[in-house]
Design a protein around this ligand. Structure first.
Ligand code: ADP
Ligand code: MG
Length: 634
């Protein structure tokens, strides 16, 4: 008979890089390895409990004494952590330990700077996980067997955390996973009962499963038999405890466990509801956006529990998409333990929990904005663009979400999004009826748009929108507190009400004077534009393009066409501008036509849009410059 074969595999290149980074950057916080390994054990038991409810093959598996054990051996210099959770098959070991399957891995590695301090923060955002065991161990042995498989399907994984690992089939009577950490030379401190207990209590007290450790052998006992196992942590679900007994540190550690995050959360809410339905919410807003926030497969972060038993991760039933960054636990007393996704989708209990959870989160954000504006600014920077989706997605809460929005405006300090719609309305000028915004393909294009000229001159604030999501946002937000949102690049400039008599007369006069030029430009431009007209919206630019269609259509058209150009562009010219005055005196129709096209192309460019024939534009412009140069020389 041949002996069971051991095979060697090399780590994915990223794993090697990650390990190296971790060992060097988390050196000052080594003890977190225990939190990570216990957190995985707890997840594995949660998953076992749920699998037993749903997978018929697991019906015979016992779900009694689900627990995590921590032991150490001074002579062998090892720490052993074991659980009777779901365990892993050989394939699962290969997929989960040895590769990094997490979405966002590529982004993570691209974000690395080489600066150890910065990278240490990044690694925290990415989540440290299993590999953190190599901070204290120079060899890790993991033995596991998936629940439901035969005893002969056990597998042993071992690695020194450098370049490769070995896999070997083993006999394993019990399901679950055992991890043996062979400590590095200098890590003997951890071979100490008191030390390990302290770490467990510090980081894992909130774990709802018992974590057992052998009792310290007393000197009097004197023998070499290990003492009886005792529960080290409180082993009760944190969210089920009275708030008064939970410290800020408890909440933070619990957050790190559920969110797989390394940093403290920004804020949290904890409330027990007892109305038609009974449920508890413990929800957190992270301080940093996860790497997969914008990926289609981005994980939702709320874990559904029924009477303290983990049931499943949310896939959109508990939190809407625009709140996908919320992490935490919802525990219902009314759902059946064997609830399936299908039942969740059509459950009245879930509907009711969801709508109250959403309201509570929005309320939490509102309070944060009022009481801790600095934290809210962080929140907005990380998650603002996600929250914007809510304006379109959640009609029933639209007004509350709108109040949470923050914008950069022409009055903002630098480029910060520091203005709420309420701030804007509070600063509106006398006689101003609308909320003005400028939608451009990028924030930079928005800031330098000629459409802002008249508003700058009159001191009227304009909201600058330049993010991809802003198109959707503005389409779904026609008004705020009875004030219409109006694009400054759309329709005839409607600042009429705010002009004084002199200005009105001047612009009417200019209009009549330039009737001829307007007609000639129209002929020259043909169907490039739907109209040409004079405007009072410009002060320093000769011309600009505005959209003739209503806002919504313009936004849709832009999105569809992708060129950034409205589907019904109107060329507006500035009667005060020297170039326009000069054109009015132009007698050569060919030259007038060249000028018309140059003005048009310039205006398209300042819109932040693309011009159709850049080469033709450059050629025309150069021809005109040449003629001007020749005229000068004559
Ligand atoms: P994360 O916990 O964030 O997924 P980890 O690096 O901590 O990342 O763990 C990687 C994966 O390894 C886990 O997602 C899980 O699939 C598997 N794993 C780790 N520890 C255990 C365990 N004790 N039992 C079963 N699976 C485990
Ligand atoms: Mg983990």
């Amino acid at each position: 008979m041949s002996a069971p074969t051991e095979e060697r595999y090399t780590f994915q290149a990223e794993v090697v890089q990650l390990l190296d980074l971790m060992i060097h950057s988390l050196y000052s916080n080594k003890e977190i390895f225990l939190r990570e390994v216990i957190s995985n054990a707890s997840d594995a038991i949660d998953r076992f409990r749920f699998a037993k409810l749903t997978e018929a093959e697991l019906a015979d598996e016992s779900d009694e004494s689900l627990e995590i054990r921590v032991a150490y051996d001074k002579d062998a210099r090892t720490i052993t952590i074991s659980d009777n959770g779901i365990g892993m098959s050989r394939q699962e070991v290969m997929d989960n330990i040895g590769t990094i399957a997490k979405s966002g891995t590529r982004e993570f590695f691209q974000a690395l700077t080489g600066d150890q301090r910065k990278d240490a923060t990044l690694i925290g955002q990415f989540g440290v996980g299993f590999y953190s065991s190599f901070i204290v161990a120079d060899r890790v042995t993991l033995t596991t067997r998936r629940a439901g498989l035969a005893a002969s399907d056990g597998v042993r994984w071992e690695s020194d955390g450098r370049g490769d690992y070995s896999l070997e089939p083993v006999e394993r009577a019990e399901r679950g996973t055992e991890i043996v950490l062979h400590l590095r030379e200098e890590e003997d401190d951890f071979l100490n009962s008191h030390r390990l207990r302290t770490i467990i209590q510090k980081y894992s007290d909130h774990i709802s499963l018992p974590i057992l450790m052998a009792q310290e052998r007393t000197a009097a006992g004197g023998d070499d038999e290990p003492g009886e196992d005792a529960v080290v942590n409180r082993a009760s679900a944190l969210w089920a405890r009275p708030k008064s007994e939970i410290s800020e540190a408890d909440y933070n550690e619990f957050y790190k466990h559920v969110a797989h995050d390394f940093a403290d959360p920004l804020t949290h809410l904890h409330s027990k509801m007892e109305g038609t339905y009974e449920y508890t919410l413990l929800l957190f807003v992270p301080a940093n956006a996860p790497f997969d926030l914008w990926m289609p497969e981005a994980r939702h972060g709320v874990k559904l529990h029924v009477q303290r038993v983990f049931i499943m991760d949310d896939t959109g039933q508990l939190m809407p998409n625009y709140l996908r960054f919320v992490r935490g636990v919802i525990d219902s007393a009314d759902l059946p333990l064997n609830v399936s996704r299908e039942i969740l989708q059509s459950s009245r209990v879930v509907d009711s929990i969801r709508s109250s959870a959403v309201k509570k989160v929005l309320r939490l954000l509102k309070d944060l904005a009022e009481k801790e504006p600095d934290k809210y600014a962080t929140f907005w920077k990380e998650f603002g663009d996600v929250l914007k989706e809510g304006v379109a997605e959640d009609y029933s809460n639209r007004d509350d979400i709108a109040k949470l929005l923050r914008f950069t405006t022409t009055k903002s300090a630098a480029d910060t999004a520091d203005t709420s719609l309420e701030d804007y309305v509070g600063r509106m000028k006398e006689g101003q009826e609308k909320i003005y915004y400028l939608l451009a393909p990028s924030p930079a294009a928005a800031k330098s748009s000629p459409h802002l000229e008249i508003f700058r001159k009159k001191g009227i604030e304009v909201i600058l929108l330049g993010e991809a999501i802003d198109n959707w946002l503005i389409t779904s937000l026609p008004d705020f507190e009875g004030k219409r949102l109006q694009s400054v690049a759309q329709g005839v400039s409607d600042l009429g009400a705010m002009e004084d008599e002199e200005e009105k007369e001047a612009s009417e006069k200019a209009g009549t004077e330039l009737v001829g030029l307007v007609e000639r430009l129209k002929t020259a431009l043909g169907d490039k534009v739907t109209d040409v007209r004079t405007t009072n919206r410009l002060t320093t630019s000769p011309a600009c393009i505005v959209a003739d269609e209503p806002d919504i259509e313009m936004n849709l058209a832009r999105r569809m066409r992708g060129s950034g150009l409205p589907s019904q562009p109107v060329l507006e010219i500035n009667p005060e501008h020297a170039l326009v005055r000069r054109l009015d005196r132009e007698t050569d129709e060919q030259r007038l036509s060249d000028w018309a096209h140059v003005l048009y192309s310039q205006s398209v460019l300042t819109l932040g849009a693309r011009i159709d024939e850049p080469a033709a534009f450059v050629e025309r412009l150069n021809d005109l410059l040449m003629t001007l140069a020749e005229e000068k020389a004559e």
